[in-house]
Design a protein around this ligand. Sequence first.
Ligand SMILES: [Zn+2]
Ligand SMILES: [Zn+2]
Length: 382
Amino acid sequence: MHFDMKLNEIPFAMIADGSKTVELRLNDEKRRKIRIGDQIFFHSLNDEYDIIRCEVIDLHAYDSFEELYQHYSKEEMGYQADEIADPKDMYEYYSQEEVERYGVLGIRIRKLEKPYLIDGHMHLEYGPLTVDYVMDFVKEAFDKGLDEIDILDHSHRFVEFKGCYEHLRKYEQQDVWLNQKTKFCNTLEDYYRLIEEVRKKDLPIKVKFGLEVCYTSNTESLLKQILKDLKLDFITGAIHSTDSILYDMSFSKELLWDKKDAGEIYRRYYEEVLSLINSSLFDRLAHPDQIKLFGIDPGYDLKETYEKIADALLEKDMYAENNTGIKYRYHHDDLGIADEMLRIFKEKKVKMITASDAHKPSDVGTLIYEATLRNRRGHYER
Ligand SMILES: [Zn+2]
Ligand SMILES: [Zn+2]
């Protein structure tokens, strides 16, 4: 079994560098289920996807923290050499009554090297909203050693969002695309029903559900109305068009790239990315530099743009995806976001999440391990 626990910055860093090897907790119902050999995923309080994987190697229950403190050295509990280990420190987290009721637990842990593997973006788009179809994704992920998958679908699957796409219909190719059977074919209620059914199952990995919402600045107020009532784990915002023209379709060459200056297209794309972030409607930014998908050079330096995006993401406390779809779906050289964007995101400590953009079960987890190593920062670098 595995357990999730949250940690403040300092103890998190000390587990990461190997100096803290005992975690102290209340021995409540949840903790009583822990056994030697189980895994604990420690999540940084600042970034739930900054995770250290540990194995439980020993467990001891005590009546109080006073008693527990007599059995471990202060260093292994996470104190510095010049600090005084005072059991009263633990009452910052737990009340006296709780300690009397449950007792406390010393958990000896060993840090494991395998990183937490998450695929934060995959679509049910080409299949039905059924538990069996979701289980195809879960099975694939489990077989590939992933710890978590986040399922989302495009907003254009759901009839509630129909009005947000009308502006695209002025171009015939886009009208035909929007009339496909896979568009606006379900309601959000259908999706909620599926999620409820999946949650009743005993799953071998963590599964979250969200949406990939097509954002445009001219539909922002409409989106705001729809998104305020959503009951999902997360909402990812994506830019798929600029000035009502999709940039990533086979017909986009004819409609957009052959007609407009590449630099202008890139500029409009990044203006829309910034409005998306500043709208405060989203938890995550999908594929931040997807505009590069055809490998067309913008003809200007993007460094300043990347910095602006990083600052906006930080201000809104949003995650940026590092989406491997660019490599295996569009055959671009980059494994995800551009090296320079990645460098700036790391430097500024933008929160990142790895994602495959799988559109079928067999693509789940594609290049996620490689992307995780590329994203690595903090405790993987030590
Ligand atoms: Zn997308
Ligand atoms: Zn997608």
